[in-house]
Design a binder for this molecule. Structure first.
Ligand code: NAD
Length: 362
C-alpha cells in the first residue's frame, strides 16, 4: 500500500444509468476507505450528452483540466438516443475518446471474472466458465484506429478506402509492461495475441513483447494468433491469465471474453496512462432502463476495486470490495439483468447498500 491516504477523484457520471451506478460506487468507495483510513475528495463535472446540453460540447476544457488535476477519474457512461443524430465528432462518445487521448490512457484493463453463483448466467456451459478469472490488456490509443494515412479517395478502380495499422517500439513496450506487471499480481502468465504470420506490425509486436518479457523472468509468456485466441476463449478460457493485445484485436477479444461472464452489468475496466487512470464499467448508458433504479451497479463497484488496487495501491481494500460483491451474490441478491427464474430483483440502490454493508462487515 502507498503512504498516501488522501485522493482527489473526478466523478463524471455522464448519461442514462451513469449517475445511478456512479452513486452506488461512491458509497462503496467511502465504506472501503473508512475501513482502510483512506479519504476521498470528490469533484464532479459533466461529460457526454449532459455536457453537450449544459456546456455545448461533449467535454469542456475546464473538465479536461480537472481530469489532469485528479488522482483518478470515475466515469459512469455516456450517450443516448437524444444525441444520436449529431455528427460523429459532436456526439457524447467524443467526450470519452477525447479524455483517453488527452490523458494518453494507453492501456485498457478488462478483467473477466465468473462469480460462482452466476456461472449459470453465461451462454457457455457451467463447466467451461466456472472459475474463470482472466484479464485482457488492450492497447488503447494507437493501431489501425489512429494510424495515418487514412481516408477514402477516387481511383481508376472507383473509390478506395484505407487505414493504416501502425505500432512503434515504444507503444508496444509500454503496454506490454502493464500486462507483465499485472501478471505478477496474478497467476504469472501472459498470452500475447497478434497476427504475426501475416502482418509486419505483428512481427514487431512479437519481437518487442519478447524483449520486455526478459525483464520479467518469473512470468511465463506464450503467443497466439488472434484467430486461434478467439477460438480458445470459447473452447477453454481457463488457460488464460493475462491476454495482451493491440487496439483492434483487443476491441473484439475483450467483448468476447466479457460474454463469458454472462452479463455486461458485471464488467469493470480501468484505462491507464503513465500519469492518469480512469475507471468505468464496460457497459453503456442503457437508456432503456435509465431512471428506473433497475441498473446493475456491480460493474462500477468492481471498477472501484480496481481503483483501490491500482491508484491507492491497497490490494487488501480491493479484495474486501470483491469479496463483498461475491458474498451479496452468494446470499442470492440479484439485479434484474442477472436474475434467475422465479427470483425477485433488488433495485440498483439496494444492491449498492448491500455491498456497503458487506464491506463494513469485512
Ligand atoms: P448498453 O451497454 O448501454 O446496453 C446494452 C443492454 O444491456 C441494454 O439492454 C441495457 O439495458 C443492458 N445494460 C447495460 N448496462 C446495464 C447494467 N449496468 N445493468 C443492467 N442492464 C444493463 O449498450 P447500447 O444500448 O448499445 O448503448 C446505449 C448508449 O450507450 C449508446 O448511446 C452508446 O453509444 C453508449 N455507450 C457508451 C459506452 C461508454 O460510456 N463507455 C459504452 C457502450 C455504449
Amino acid at each position: 500500500m502507498t503512504d498516501r491516504k488522501s485522493f482527489d477523484i473526478l466523478v463524471l457520471e455522464g448519461d442514462g444509468i451513469g449517475p445511478e451506478v456512479a452513486a452506488e460506487a461512491l458509497k462503496v468507495l467511502d465504506a472501503a476507505g473508512e475501513g482502510a483510513g483512506l479519504e476521498f475528495h470528490y469533484h464532479h463535472a459533466l461529460v457526454g450528452g449532459a455536457a453537450i446540453d449544459e456546456e455545448g460540447a461533449p467535454i469542456s476544457q475546464e473538465t479536461m483540466r480537472k481530469a489532469e488535476a485528479a488522482d483518478a477519474i470515475i466515469l459512469g457512461a455516456v450517450g443516448g438516443p437524444k444525441w444520436d443524430d449529431l455528427p460523429t465528432l459532436e456526439r457524447p462518445e467524443q467526450g470519452l475518446l477525447g479524455l483517453r487521448m488527452r490523458l494518453d490512457l494507453f492501456a485498457n484493463l478488462r478483467p473477466a471474472t465468473v462469480f460462482e453463483p452466476l456461472a449459470d448466467a453465461s451462454t457457455l456451459k457451467r463447466e467451461v466458465v466456472s472459475g474463470i478469472d482472466l484479464l485482457v490488456v488492450r492497447e488503447l490509443v494507437s493501431d489501425l484506429y489512429f494510424g495515418e494515412p487514412r481516408g477514402v479517395k477516387s481511383s481508376d478502380e472507383g473509390r478506395v478506402a484505407f487505414n493504416t495499422m501502425r505500432y512503434s517500439d515504444r507503444e508496444i513496450s509500454r503496454v506490454a509492461r502493464v500486462a507483465f506487471d499485472a501478471a505478477l499480481r496474478r497467476r504469472r502468465k501472459v498470452t500475447s495475441v497478434d497476427k504475426a504470420n501475416v502482418l509486419e506490425v505483428s512481427g514487431l509486436w512479437r519481437e518487442v513483447v519478447c524483449e520486455v518479457a526478459r525483464e520479467y523472468p518469473d512470468v511465463e509468456l506464450d503467443h497466439q494468433y488472434v484467430d486461434n485466441c478467439s477460438m480458445q476463449l470459447i473452447r477453454d478460457p481457463s488457460q488464460f491469465d493475462v491476454i495482451l493485445t493491440g487496439n483492434m484485436f483487443g476491441d473484439i477479444l475483450s467483448d468476447e471474453a466479457a460474454m463469458l461472464t454472462g452479463s455486461i452489468g458485471m464488467l469493470p475496466s480501468a484505462s491507464l496512462g503513465a500519469d492518469f487512470a480512469l475507471y468505468e464499467p464496460v457497459h453503456g448508458s442503457a437508456p432503456d432502463i435509465a431512471g428506473q433504479d433497475r441498473a446493475n451497479p456491480l460493474a462500477t463497484i468492481l471498477s472501484i476495486a480496481m481503483l483501490l488496487e491500482i491508484t491507492c495501491k491497497d490490494a487488501e481494500s480491493a479484495g474486501r470490495v470483491r469479496s463483498a460483491v461475491e458474498r451479496v451474490l452468494n446470499d442470492g441478491y440479484r439485479t434484474a439483468d442477472i436474475i434467475g427464474e422465479g427470483e425477485d430483483p433488488v433495485p440498483c440502490s439496494r444492491m449498492g447498500d448491500l455491498v456497503v454493508e458487506a464491506v463494513r462487515r469485512g
